[in-house]
Design a protein around this ligand. Structure first.
Ligand code: ADP
Length: 265
């Protein structure tokens, strides 16, 4: 397959003295003769929002799948808070605080928003409540669940069945269920997909509020959301990092404009 002669620009990332929360070294994933992830290195600092953008087929999902633990890399290393998690399964990564939204969340449509998040809190705490009095069980789950629902803006919808929530609210609920696990790094794979413009703006504002408390890797086609939220952006093309840098640097990068952004820049 012919490929454009583009040089990765990992040097665009700011240098800090902090240990990266996520540190990806020379990741490679082949599917037959196709290289979906091509010697990719990137890092995410605590509290940072790092967006991954690129055309369809660039390898964004393959990357997220490897970070989440669903797809095994052929080569390379993934460090989370300094620990090598390259070969760890999904659930162990989640316990460490590396969470992808839909993996954790199985929303029960007939249960209320509150009940769903209480179950997510329970799953995270790993308690068996069998021998506990219902009142005690409820206090331990209820209060954290209410706090999380308030954070995502659903405090006024606690008792509404999940199925009766609007589409955007259901995505807020999914996010609440992930946040119940107190993740340090959220993997967000197209959180605005299928949303109206208004819902997308609302989700952007919500993620903006969560920013800082949780680092995020954000794969998203909505460039307004990406440019509003991202501290840094990596542009993937053919599985390679074409460029990494601040939103301003990425917008101004002529290679990126040619390869991907076009009129959106
Ligand atoms: P993106 O998310 O950026 O659209 P993907 O990660 O889905 O890109 O895909 C990257 C490349 O890897 C594409 O060429 C795609 O066809 C290929 N690919 C992804 N998953 C598989 C798979 N399970 N088997 C074979 N090829 C795959």
């Amino acid at each position: 397959m012919s490929r454009p002669a583009l040089q990765p620009d990992g040097a665009g990332a700011p240098d800090t003295n902090t240990t990266p929360l996520l540190d990806v070294h020379h990741l490679v994933k082949h599917y037959g003769g196709l290289t979906a992830t091509d010697n990719l290195s990137l890092h995410v600092q605590p509290g940072e929002v790092h967006a991954i953008i690129g055309p369809n087929g660039a390898g964004k999902s393959t990357l997220i799948n490897q970070l989440a633990g669903e797809v095994r890399p052929d080569q390379g290393q993934i460090l989370f808070a300094g620990t090598d998690i390259t070969h760890e399964p999904v659930d162990q990564r989640a316990l460490r605080g590396l969470a992808r939204s839909y993996q954790i969340t199985s929303v029960f449509p007939e249960f209320s928003a509150l009940h769903n998040v209480m179950l997510a809190v329970q799953a995270h705490q790993g308690h068996s409540f069998r021998f506990w009095a219902p009142a005690r069980r409820d206090a331990v789950l209820h209060d954290p669940a209410c706090r999380v629902l308030e954070r995502v803006g659903l405090a006024h919808r606690l008792h509404v069945p999940a199925a009766a929530l609007a589409h955007g609210e259901q995505r807020q609920l999914e996010l609440a269920m992930v946040l119940a696990g107190q993740p340090r790094l959220l993997l967000l794979d197209e959180p605005m997909a299928g949303m109206s413009q208004a819902e997308s703006v609302q989700m952007t504002e919500l993620l903006e509020r969560l920013k800082g408390d949780h680092a995020m890797i954000l794969v998203e086609h909505d460039m307004d959301a990406v440019f509003a939220l991202a501290d840094r952006i990596t542009v993937l093309v053919y599985g390679r990092a074409l460029a990494t840098g601040s939103a301003a640097a990425i917008r101004a990068n002529p290679d990126v404009q040619a390869a991907y952004l076009g009129d959106a820049a």
